[in-house]
Design a protein around this ligand. Sequence first.
Ligand code: CMP
Length: 141
Amino acid sequence: AIERTLSIIKPDAVGKNVIGEIYSRFEKAGLRVVAAKMLQLTDESAGGFYAEHKERGFFKDLIAFMTSGPVMVQVLEGEGAVALNRELMGATNPADAAPGTIRADFANSIDANAVHGSDSAQSAAREIAYFFKDEEICPRA
Ligand code: CMP
């Protein structure tokens, strides 16, 4: 089925100037960018986005990293978009990410891991609504 997923290009990858290279991977795999914005996250906006991780030991470092510079946030649309985007990203820890995945090629560590992608259709719905109003999304499928 045609799905949508929320993708974030994190401050490390924005800093490396590889937004376009990462967009190319989405496009070559058949995903379409249907909404996008560049944002400087705050402790409040990053903390709300990652609320499910609030009790984890890495939460403080995660918020410090995600607010360390601008992020590029986009909605990707396509057949099986949630799982397809996760395949393109590779494992959360770049040390475990398969060759040719975004994290294998652009990420440095489990914290600075280049990209975020929704882990389920349910997370995708919440995460998309967190950053975008309905009228900011332009269906292209
Ligand atoms: P992301 O998919 O954005 O979701 C939460 C982020 O926390 C994750 O990617 C990692 O960058 C970061 N993180 C740091 N340590 C861990 C860990 N031990 N397990 C999962 N995520 C972690």
